[in-house]
Design a protein around this ligand. Structure first.
Ligand code: PSU
Ligand code: MN
Length: 305
């Protein structure tokens, strides 16, 4: 797959000189947020990573290549082009082979990060087991990727559009440590609480870096979930958001939405139903994740070099 990779000069230089790099996904830009907030968020997040001593590598697929790092014009393309496809592990070969433009999910970004030697990835929320997943079998490929690909994913937990209990059970079965960054409770994206605990609470980037290194030194392949709650000032009320999510789920069911359309549909409805309030929270938590991810990348590199 390496022949399909191309890096920007900045990322190539960083990787060759063993500098800390943080991967970023494009699905969040193309399918997770509206324009122009998406492009503003994408640029801001890159700036935050640079300010914290790491190099950002936003990942996407264009013209038969996996791009590790995007130019401003390319970021703009992902933010505005309506024909950008959502690419998870399953879609990877088709999008490359057809030369189409594809935004990478958590799973696809992890694959590209591992191929290029990037160990830390910042995003908003991971996919998981959907509610009623025991009937529909709708389980995000993010989970199977976390089970096998060596990347630490810094996120604000997962949205309660998912069945968080089953999501955590799945991760346990597949040996994925769920770390609470300065929290003992698994955050639920918009809210800092969920009612579920994490496996291990860690309070510093160095502790996280040591855990990553120990896991991989042991040959225990797979990712880690670093769950970083949304800052208090930007958090939404758990109960309030729950009512909105129930409504969005009912609508998805009524409309017969299935497959990879489910997550974007729910995200969009939640945004509309909260009159954009959720978008502000979404942007704030991604920025916070970028900062923590950069610090973890710096600590991990200090350990390895
Ligand atoms: N959850 C969010 N925001 C997102 C996504 C998930 O709160 O933008 C995106 C991510 O790219 C994630 C993908 O990897 O949706 C999961 O989609 P699916 O459930 O179809 O695997
Ligand atoms: Mn799905």
């Amino acid at each position: 797959m390496k022949q399909y990779l191309t890096c920007t000069e900045e990322v190539r230089h960083a990787l060759e000189n063993n500098q800390p790099v943080v991967a970023l996904e494009t699905t969040i830009i193309s399918h997770g947020m509206p324009y122009p907030q998406n492009i503003e968020m994408a640029k801001e997040v890159e700036r935050i990573i640079r300010d914290n001593g790491a190099v950002p590598a936003t990942i996407g697929i264009m013209n038969g290549k996996i791009k590790i790092g995007l130019t401003e014009a390319e970021l703009e393309e992902f933010a505005t082009n309506k024909s950008v496809e959502k690419v998870s592990r399953r879609d990877f070969p088709y999008i490359l082979a057809s030369g189409k433009i594809g935004a990478t999910t958590v799973a696809a970004t992890m694959i590209a990060a591992q191929l290029s030697g990037i160990r830390v990835f910042a995003t908003g929320g991971i996919g998981g087991v959907h509610r009623e997943g025991e009937i529909t079998w709708d389980v995000s490929a993010d989970l199977t990727e976390l089970a096998q690909t060596n990347v630490a994913v810094v996120c604000a937990g997962a949205k309660s559009i998912l069945d968080l209990g089953r999501t955590l059970e799945y991760l346990e079965t597949h040996g994925v440590p769920v770390v609470g960054y300065r929290t003992a409770e698994f955050p639920s994206f918009f809210a800092r609480e969920s009612g579920f605990g994490v496996d291990f609470r860690l309070d510093t980037p160095e502790e996280v870096a040591t855990l990553m290194d120990t896991k991989w030194q042991l040959g225990l392949n797979g990712g880690l979930v670093i769950a970083n709650p949304v800052p208090e000032a930007d958090a939404l009320n758990h109960r309030e958001i729950e009512a909105v999510i129930e409504q969005a789920l009912a609508e998805a069911k009524e409309k017969g939405i299935t497959g990879k359309q489910v997550t974007p549909f729910l995200l969009d409805r939640v945004k509309q139903l909260t009159a954009g309030k959720s978008l502000q929270t979404n942007i704030a938590l991604v920025k916070h994740n970028a900062e923590v991810a950069a610090k973890i990348a710096v600590a991990y590199h200090a350990k390895k070099n």
